[in-house]
Design a protein around this ligand. Structure first.
Ligand code: NAP
Length: 324
C-alpha cells in the first residue's frame, strides 16, 4: 500500500528539541542547522523550493521573492507575535496561511518593559558602571538620584496584549494609567481603570511612556523630534515594540537635550547594533539586545507553539493563531 508522502517542512534555524520533535513526527523536515546564525538569503531561497510549510524567525525577510521561490508553500509559521518582516500581501495573493505566537510571550515581554523602565528611572546600569570603573566615592545627598516610578503616570502606546500587561503591573505601583490605541477600548477603562488619550496628550501627561504597538506603515517613525519635545523633562521612554517606531537620531538628540530624561530600549532601527552606536555615548539610556520574550520557559513555549501552528495548518486542523 502506498504511504501518503509526509509534507515537506523547512525551518530557518535549529529550534529547541521539543519543537523539532513535533515537526519531525509530522513532516519531512529540512533546516538551516545553526542555532545562532541566521540563514543566508541564497540558502533560504534554495531551502524553501520544495517546502509546503515554512517555520521562520524575525531575522528572516519573507518577501515576494522568497514566496515566488516556494511554489508548493501552503503555510508560514513565525516564532514571534510581530510579523512586520513578512509580506502578507504576497502570502494572501497565493492563499498561504500565516500563523504567529501571541499570548505565550505577553507577560515575559511586559516584565522586560518594566525592567527597562525601573533601570532607566533609577540609573541601575549607570550605577553598575560607576562601581565597575572604581568611581564610587563617599555617599552624598544627591548622588545618582533618579526618578520615582511608584505613584506616577504610566502611558502605554499600543495597549493590546503586552501593553495591557504593562498597565496591569502599574496598578501594583499605584500609578495613574493612560493608554493610546487607534480607538478607545471601553473594557480597558472598566477593567484596568486606564483612560484614553490622543497621542500628544498621553506624551504630555505621562511620566513613563511605554511603546507596545506593532510596526506598520502607520506606526513607522511615530516617535520623532516633535513627539519627544512634548514629553516631560523628568519622563522615561521605553520601547519594547519594534525599533523603527522611533526615529533613533531624534531620540538621541532629545535624550542629549534632557527630554525625555532617560530611555530604555529593547529594539532598534537596524539590529543588531554595535558598540559604536550613538545611543551608547549617552549615560541616560539602558539598552537590551531584543530580549523581550527571552525567558527559558517562554522561548520554549514559542518554539513548540510555532511548530504546533504549522502542523495544524498543514493538516487542516483548527488553530487560533492564524493572522487575519
Ligand atoms: P496586540 O495585542 O496586537 O497589541 C497591539 C496594540 O497596538 C493593539 O491594542 C492596537 O490597538 C494598537 N495599535 C495598532 N496600531 C496602532 C497605531 N497606529 N497607533 C496606536 N496603537 C496602535 O500585539 P501584542 O501581542 O501586544 O504585541 C505588540 C507588539 O510587540 C508586536 O507587534 C511586536 O512587534 C512587539 N513585541 C516585541 C517583543 C520584543 O522582544 N521586544 C516581544 C513580543 C512582541 P488598535 O487596533 O485599537 O489600534
Amino acid at each position: 500500500m502506498d504511504m501518503e508522502p509526509k509534507p515537506r517542512i523547512f525551518v530557518t534555524r535549529r529550534l529547541p528539541e521539543p519543537a523539532m520533535a513535533i515537526l519531525s513526527a509530522f513532516g519531512n523536515v529540512s533546516l538551516w542547522d545553526q542555532v545562532e546564525t541566521p540563514i543566508p538569503r541564497d540558502e533560504l531561497l534554495r531551502g524553501i523550493a520544495k517546502a509546503e510549510g515554512l517555520l521562520c524567525l524575525i531575522t528572516d525577510r519573507i518577501d515576494a521573492e522568497v514566496i515566488a521561490a516556494a511554489p508548493h508553500l501552503r503555510a508560514v509559521s513565525v516564532m514571534a507575535v510581530g510579523y512586520d518582516n513578512i509580506d502578507r500581501t504576497a502570502l494572501a495573493a497565493r492563499g498561504i496561511t500565516l500563523t504567529n505566537t501571541p499570548d505565550v510571550l505577553t507577560e515575559t515581554t511586559a516584565d522586560l518593559a518594566w525592567a527597562l523602565m525601573l533601570a532607566a528611572a533609577r540609573r541601575v546600569v549607570e550605577g553598575h558602571r560607576l562601581i565597575e570603573r572604581g568611581e564610587w566615592g563617599p555617599w552624598h545627598p544627591m548622588q545618582m538620584v533618579g526618578q520615582d516610578i511608584y505613584g506616577r503616570v504610566l502611558g502605554v502606546v499600543g495597549a493590546g496584549r503586552i501593553g495591557q500587561a504593562v498597565l496591569r503591573r502599574g496598578r501594583g505601583f499605584g500609578m495613574r494609567l493612560l493608554y493610546h490605541n487607534r480607538r478607545p477600548n471601553p473594557s480597558l477603562e472598566t477593567e484596568l481603570g486606564a483612560s484614553y488619550r490622543n497621542l500628544n496628550d498621553l506624551l504630555i501627561e505621562s511620566d513613563v511612556v511605554v511603546v507596545t504597538a506593532p510596526l506598520t506603515p502607520e506606526t513607522r517613525g511615530m516617535f520623532g523630534a516633535a513627539q519627544f519635545a512634548l514629553m516631560k523633562p523628568t519622563s522615561i521612554f521605553v520601547n519594547v515594540a519594534r525599533g523603527p517606531l522611533a526615529r533613533e537620531d531624534d531620540l538621541a538628540a532629545a535624550l542629549r537635550a534632557g527630554r525625555p530624561w532617560a530611555a530604555g530600549l529593547d529594539v532598534f532601527e537596524r539590529e543588531p547594533i554595535g558598540p559604536d552606536h550613538p545611543l551608547l555615548t549617552l549615560p541616560n539610556v539602558v539598552l537590551t539586545p531584543h530580549i523581550g520574550s527571552a525567558s527559558v520557559a517562554t522561548r520554549l513555549r514559542m518554539a513548540t507553539l510555532a511548530a504546533e501552528n504549522l502542523v495544524a495548518v498543514l493538516s487542516g486542523q483548527p488553530t487560533p493563531n492564524i493572522v487575519k
